[in-house]
Design a protein around this ligand. Sequence first.
Ligand SMILES: [Zn+2]
Length: 170
Amino acid sequence: MVDHNVGKLAKRLRMMGYDALFFNGKKDSRMIATALAEGRVILTKDTQILKRRVVTSGQLKATLIKSDEPEQQMHQVIESLKLDYQPKPFTICLECNHPLAERSKQQVKDLVPPYVFKTQSQYMECPACHRIYWRGTHWQAMAQKLRNFMEGPVSDPNNIMNPGKVLDLP
Ligand SMILES: [Zn+2]
């Protein structure tokens, strides 16, 4: 459960294949209720949330994100939640956090640009928002950046967590 004050983490976690809900920051009690109901961990910069009884008692897990720097934030999340460094890009919709479903070439024939249809054979669709994903140049760039992020030093300027074209997916 990604609080609005670290909202960019939501898309980045989804890029790696992790279920990440975004919270718009309107009502903390709502975020807490959803996190409890769905067994989610809250990621936030809000120290007040960490002081709540539901968190101090251990009922709800919350992680205080320390850095303002997205790449450092990702490392903190991965380490504190003991996530594996095994990214599964394109398993979760970047826009709505819904698991993607495989689609055959024929199924997407009228849904993707002709040049894409000609050159790509693997497609994924979000059953919720119907966005279609394919392994085009954006995908390749993203996969490469994920590899750099997993292998490279934290301060690598070419790392995935810097803003770049990879987020302008079709
Ligand atoms: Zn979607």
